[in-house]
Design a protein around this ligand. Structure first.
Ligand code: SAM
Ligand code: SF4
Ligand code: SF4
Length: 333
């Protein structure tokens, strides 16, 4: 069996459906680098829905149990629900999506009807001024909240909310976000700011650690740790002691979890990345477009995965920060 050759299991696949986005988050696509003249991928270079679905089926046969659509902003890709309906036919795969929520209100129903199970919405503050300082566009928080409401209404649940915390920008939003989403019953997950890509000017001093975040919340809303849902879960779970739900913290910088990493990433142009911090991907689109069979593609992926020794977060240092790395907007988190 091919799957036997995968020494670190391959369970989780992120598929970036576009490298474009209508936001310019300072930690992901800063405006100075991703300006109006930025060379985004031409349409012909992006995988078609049929190509994505074929690869997804091959990954599923190799053991992938969870597929997350991402980007760039996945909802800027035209007809995305059509892709969702193609992927939702793959048996035994949990299909979900991460979005900035800006186009969610109008798409929630179509996504649900196409077979999307759940959704994660990124939101870094409830305060419009702070939100704007984080994403560099004039977009009201209320519209993102509307998108979440629409998702809840059609049953894309549980809704998770991702908040990246960057020192000096949105620490003051940690508690208001915790209070608000506790009331709503959405699972808020705090993400340590990471040195992904080469354009966000990351410095260790800008990272607010998961420990610090938990302490801030715990001082007002007492927390206790929860067991992970499964081995390799990236978010560390905490529960409000009064029974008011749970939060997660993703401590990829201060408590790396490479050992259990079972996640592959497929870029919009069809390159496979075995690590979020890889400099280069492996071309699957070339194989698809030159007539390779499913078996040949599966063999190629299995071989790559079996040789994989990625552990960037465990060896992160002042030196590694300067290494060339793929941008977050290419592989979607
Ligand atoms: N545009 C969608 C969104 O923002 O949800 C999907 C793509 S985005 C690249 C996926 C996730 O990566 C988001 O939750 C975002 O906040 C997170 N992210 C982007 N850059 C990051 C960074 N430098 N450190 C930590 N998380 C980051
Ligand atoms: Fe766009 Fe998401 Fe990156 Fe923000 S984090 S710039 S919304 S891709
Ligand atoms: Fe996985 Fe690479 Fe992140 Fe480590 S640094 S958890 S190997 S993606």
């Amino acid at each position: 069996m091919l799957t036997d050759t995968l020494h670190r299991p391959l369970r989780d696949l992120r598929i970036s459906v576009t490298d474009r986005c209508n936001f310019r988050c300072v930690y992901c696509m800063p405006k100075e680098v991703f300006g109006s003249d930025h060379p985004f991928l031409p349409h012909a270079e992006i995988l078609t829905f049929e190509e994505i679905a074929r690869l997804a089926r091959i990954f599923a046969a190799l053991g992938v149990k969870k597929i997350r659509l991402t980007g760039g902003e996945p909802l800027v890709r035209r007809d995305l629900p059509l892709l969702v309906s193609m992927l939702s036919q793959i048996p035994d795969v949990d299909l979900t999506m991460t979005t900035n929520g800006s186009l969610l209100a109008r798409n929630a129903r179509a996504l649900k009807e196409a077979g999307l199970k759940r959704i994660t919405v990124s939101l870094d503050s409830l305060d419009d001024a702070v939100f704007k300082a984080m994403n560099d566009v004039d977009f009201p928080v209320a519209k993102v909240l509307e998108g979440m409401e629409a998702a809840q209404k059609v049953g894309l649940e549980p809704i998770k909310v991702n908040m990246v915390v960057k020192r000096g920008l949105n620490e003051s939003s940690i508690l208001p976000m915790a209070r608000f989403f506790r009331e709503k019953g959405y699972i808020l997950r705090f993400i340590e700011y990471m040195d992904v890509g080469s354009s966000n000017g990351w410095r260790m001093d800008d990272v607010v650690s998961a420990k610090e975040i938990v302490n801030i919340i715990n001082a007002e809303l007492p927390l206790e740790p929860l067991d992970p849902n499964y081995k390799g879960e990236v978010a560390e779970r905490w529960r409000y002691k009064d029974g008011g739900g749970e939060i997660g913290v993703i401590a990829s910088v201060t408590q790396p979890f490479c050992r259990d990493c079972n996640r592959a990433r497929l870029s919009a142009e069809g390159k496979l990345y075995t690590c979020l911090f890889a400099a280069q991907g492996h071309d699957l689109k070339g194989m698809l477009r030159s007539g390779a069979s499913d078996d040949e593609i599966a063999q190629f992926i299995a071989h790559l995965w079996s040789k994989r020794s990625d552990r960037y977060s465990e060896i992160r240092s002042e030196k590694t920060v300067a290494l060339p790395k793929v941008e977050m907007s290419h592989i979607g988190g």
